[in-house]
Design a protein around this ligand. Structure first.
Ligand code: ADP
Ligand code: MG
Length: 309
């Protein structure tokens, strides 16, 4: 028995090429474990493979090879239990225009074999703020309401794991806040949450742990605070007026003498101020001819990670 909510081993997905296009290696051997109880972020640019991964978990896309285990159930050996353990809010709107929200929840519950006595449609409508739209036609719902209904549909069978694929892409601030409120509440009740996003700030705010996916590979996997630490890295590049003999030394500053004579000082802006860095430069009796700073952003992290692989 594993303690992980999700465990992926060497997961691959190759889409067949269409109309003379080459085949697409969307997932190139993903190994990933998502701990139970966490809010886990899959972060990566468009085309990274996030939806492919999510849709494999949801049983909507067939993997090419590898192992998928959901709540301890192997997806191939125990398809029913693994499906029952997970609820997915897809990236695309896929609502039937002829169902009212309440009917859509009931139908979904039926699909998951939830007996009538255990259905919670009204409770879910309350949670997603659609009580007063319970009997409205789906086609009269706004985009935001439709997305809330998708969240509701993902919850009908009380899954242990809730997966949200780009839940806030293109939604307004009010809905975004409502979604995050829902997510926090569900997580506080013990639900494991996995969400994908290409907004860094969103992942920072919501997630305990993050995996960065790029071109079908996990290129980093860490707690959010460790990941932020990397993002918080700054460099100051000093071009000295004369040759440097002593490098600046101070806590939290990593100094390096470059071949061209410049001094590169790396530090974390949440621990060390630029002023403290300059002070260390003065203490080392370096006269500054020119100074430049560079701050790491997500792209730098991508670049530095892909280079080191
Ligand atoms: P993300 O969700 O991170 O934006 P996707 O999983 O949607 O990424 O896509 C990953 C890659 O797989 C992209 O290059 C995309 O064009 C390709 N892809 C996705 N779905 C299909 C499909 N049904 N057929 C062929 N290629 C696909
Ligand atoms: Mg996607």
């Amino acid at each position: 028995m594993t303690e992980d909510a999700i465990r992926l081993e060497a997961l691959r997905k190759t889409y067949k090429g269409q109309k003379g296009q080459p085949e697409k290696h969307a997932l190139k051997g993903i190994d990933l474990a998502v701990p139970r109880g966490s809010v886990f972020g899959l972060l990566g640019p468009n085309g990274a493979g996030k939806s492919t991964l999510i849709n494999i978990l949801a049983g909507l896309v067939k993997k090419t090879s590898g192992k998928v285990s959901i709540w301890g159930f192997d997806q191939d050996e125990n398809p029913r239990q693994s499906r029952a353990s997970i609820g997915v809010m897809p990236q695309e709107l896929n609502l039937d225009p002829f169902f009212t929200p309440r009917a859509a929840l009931e139908v979904q519950a039926g699909l998951y074999g939830v007996p009538k006595s255990e259905r919670r449609s009204d409770e879910i409508l309350r949670l997603i703020g659609l009580e007063d739209k319970a009997h409205a036609y789906a086609r009269t719902l706004s985009g935001g309401m439709s997305r809330r209904l998708l969240l509701g549909k993902a919850l009908v069978h009380k899954p242990s794991i809730l997966v949200l694929d780009e839940p806030t892409a293109g939604v307004d601030i009010a809905l975004r806040q409502m979604l995050w409120e829902n997510v926090r509440q569900l997580n506080a009740q013990g639900m494991t949450i996995i969400l994908t996003t290409h907004y860094l700030e969103e992942a920072q705010e919501m997630c305990d742990e993050i995996a960065i996916v790029n071109q079908g590979e996990v290129i980093a996997r860490d707690t959010t605070s460790n990941m932020l630490d990397r993002l918080d890295q700054r460099s100051m590049i000093i071009h000295p007026a004369c040759e440097v003999t002593t490098l600046p030394q101070a806590d939290g500053i990593d100094a390096e003498l470059r071949a061209d004579g410049a001094v590169v000082l790396r530090y974390h802006s949440n621990q060390t101020s630029a002023e403290a860095v300059l002070e260390a430069v003065h203490t080392a009796q370096i006269t500054i001819r020119d100074v430049k700073t560079a701050e790491a952003d997500l792209e730098d992290v991508f670049l530095s990670l892909t280079k080191s692989v």
